[in-house]
Design a protein around this ligand. Sequence first.
Ligand code: SER
Length: 315
Amino acid sequence: MKKRILIIGASGQIGTELTMYLRGIYGNHKVIASDIAEAADEVMKSGPFEILDAMDYDAIQDVVISYEITDVYLMAAMLSATAEKFPMKAWDLNMNSLFNVLNLAKEGKIDKIFWPSSIAVFGPTTPKQDTPQQTIMEPSTVYGISKQTGERWCEYYHNKYGVDVRSIRYPGLISYKTQPGGGTTDYAVDIYHKALKHNKYICFLNEETTLPMMFMDDAIRATVNVMLAAPEDVKIRNAYNLAAMSFNPQEITASIQKHIPDFKIEYNPDFRQEIADSWPQTIDDKAARKDWGWEHKVDLDEMTKIMLDNLKGEY
Ligand code: SER
């Protein structure tokens, strides 16, 4: 089958690694990276790249037609912390980019869409432990409202227009290749950099803030696997719960101290504490495991080792 993939948001934390992974599977020239800003060198040099604004329907359509794109991964979004500062901008970007790709699929111009959802779809009234796939969802952040609304539209386009759209509720994602930007779970990446650089980290969440997290390799595998699943196995067309590990700042600190014994953490919670407090602590992802065989591989201590090994050269 002739498959050509467009990644929108290929310069971001997920997009960078997703581009390289998909190029490894389908071949460099079958995977077109795009973003409003240039991507990392490895992305720019290994295959096609287009400057593309996720809000510009006509520009996306031009790229889709000229490269004969079949699948789109829409990774452009404004994350939770930044979205609280620019609510209308976040809503515009997060919703209009989604409508652009949903409408391209509705019009038969592309076959398949991946769009990421998030644990942010849950809110303060959601059960915090083992948060079920279907439960109370009253998100209290701009980002969460946009993701929950997006989920509803994905399911609607699937049911009404037969659009093949697939989604995952990502937990906090941790990686060493690209820094995250504007999220509430970003501390769990920054802490590794600061541990190596300064032996000390000042954390914007308090020590007991447990959140669901995942190492990037697992998240990329989940993304590609849900896209590879047979359509009839993708029974949930809003977004799948997905879990790997949950920890709080105290626990990630202890994990780092196994390698850097004199590493110290201090706590200075800011506005992001309230965002984190509204999210689940642990996630029930049985549906993803059953429907398309999801399995995570990396736990906290293994991730700490990988992060420190890969980042230590930088400092
Ligand atoms: N990691 C994201 C954030 O913190 C949640 O999807 O905004």
